[in-house]
Design a protein around this ligand. Structure first.
Ligand SMILES: Nc1ncnc2c1ncn2[C@@H]1O[C@H](COP(=O)(O)OP(=O)(O)O)[C@@H](O)[C@H]1O
Ligand SMILES: O=C(O)C[C@@H](O)[C@H](O)C(=O)COP(=O)(O)O
Length: 327
């Protein structure tokens, strides 16, 4: 919810319910799923895959939605803009966001498609492979962006996945312009390396014109910068006037500011159950740290701690009381 001074973070993203199944690598190969990635599927393929896997849990997800929920759990004042349908999933997604203390106006689509869902296969190594049916998310437009709300948020965080829908991209651009005009920051999460491939030039232009802070994993930033490896991608990013936080799974993260790179280790996690939401939780911790005025390596450490909680259980949102951890 908003503090007297507005929001620490406002997220704009796809409103998605995640459906989890434990399957092995052979299942991924059988169904042609690129491991560790997010593949967009249509309603027919989604129904087919749902019938092929053995679902064990349904939980609210959505990349930036996960980030704002986690940030709220850490104590940030958070808000979310996204589109649901008037159905069971839409009601559950909305209730979960509000129960987490996130300000969510619940923009409800007028179309016939249902609330988005992502069929997530978790393999025995804890890695997640996502198959997302966007449903009502493609109806998110600039008209759904409450510019007054955006202008009260210190950081507006948008997900690259929104570029998969042209009207949603317009919503992103309006929010970014509004945030900047109000003197606030814009953060972009790169989402997925295939998503970067689909929208590389648009991402570059968007970053150049509107973005202060970029979150991405190694594969995403390498794809964005079209380099042979991470060191060259970091050098390319260092030339830009922005903060970048590049995550490297168990190897932690690298934070770039004013061209200087600082490595921050990951937390040790006893048992990795499901990495879904690791990057989202990392971004949440980082943004929460920024809102508290922490230096960037401390922001990254808060991110690593939040990510460590999320990968210790099934599902992309924290289950432990993160405020207690912070105390
Ligand atoms: N195996 C792991 N052990 C400990 N921490 C991890 C592990 N995997 C991910 N993390 C934490 O989650 C963050 C994000 O993970 P990463 O896999 O790089 O992002 P994404 O989920 O976006 O692909 C890492 O920087 C790290 O802090
Ligand atoms: O956005 C999607 O298509 C799937 C989300 O619902 C999912 O919760 C997600 O993005 C997880 O994030 P990540 O593992 O940090 O990439």
């Amino acid at each position: 919810m908003a503090s007297e001074n507005g929001f620490d973070v406002l997220g704009i993203g796809n409103a998605i319910v995640d459906i989890f199944a434990h399957e092995d690598d052979e299942f991924l190969a059988l169904h042609g799923m690129p491991k560790n990635s997010m593949t967009l599927v249509d309603a027919e393929r989604s129904a087919f895959l749902y019938g092929s896997m053995r679902p064990v849990a349904k939980m609210s997800g959505g990349s930036v939605a996960n980030t704002v929920v986690c940030a709220a759990g850490l104590g940030s004042a958070a808000a979310f803009v996204g589109k649901v349908a008037a159905d069971e999933f839409g009601i559950a997604f909305t209730a979960d966001l509000r129960a987490a203390g996130v300000d969510f106006g619940a923009e409800v689509s007028s179309g016939l498609t249902g609330t988005a869902c992502s069929l997530i296969v978790v393999t025995p190594d804890g890695h997640r492979t996502m198959n997302t049916y966007l449903g009502a998310c493609v109806e998110l437009t600039a008209a759904d962006v409450d510019t007054e709300l955006v202008s009260r948020a210190r950081v507006t965080c948008v997900e690259g996945y929104l570029f998969d829908s042209p009207p949603a991209k317009e919503a992103v651009l309006l929010a970014a312009r509004t945030a900047r005009a109000a003197g606030h920051r814009v953060a972009l999460t790169l989402s997925d390396s295939y998503c970067v491939e689909r929208h590389r030039e648009e991402f570059r232009d968007f970053i150049e014109e509107h973005v202060d802070l970029v979150f991405g994993n190694e594969a995403e930033v390498v794809s964005l910068c079209e380099t042979d490896g991470l060191p060259a991608a970091l050098s390319a990013l260092a030339e830009r006037d922005l903060i970048a936080a590049v995550t490297r799974g168990a190897h932690g993260s690298v934070v770039l500011e004013s061209g200087r790179a600082v490595e921050v280790p990951a937390e040790t996690v006893a048992r990795i159950v499901d990495t879904t939401g690791a990057g989202d939780a990392y971004a949440a911790g980082f943004l929460h740290g920024l809102a508290r005025g922490l230096d960037l390596p401390s922001c990254a450490r808060t991110g690593s701690a939040a990510a460590a909680e999320v990968i210790g259980h099934l599902g992309s949102r924290p289950q432990a009381d993160l405020l207690l951890d912070e105390a």
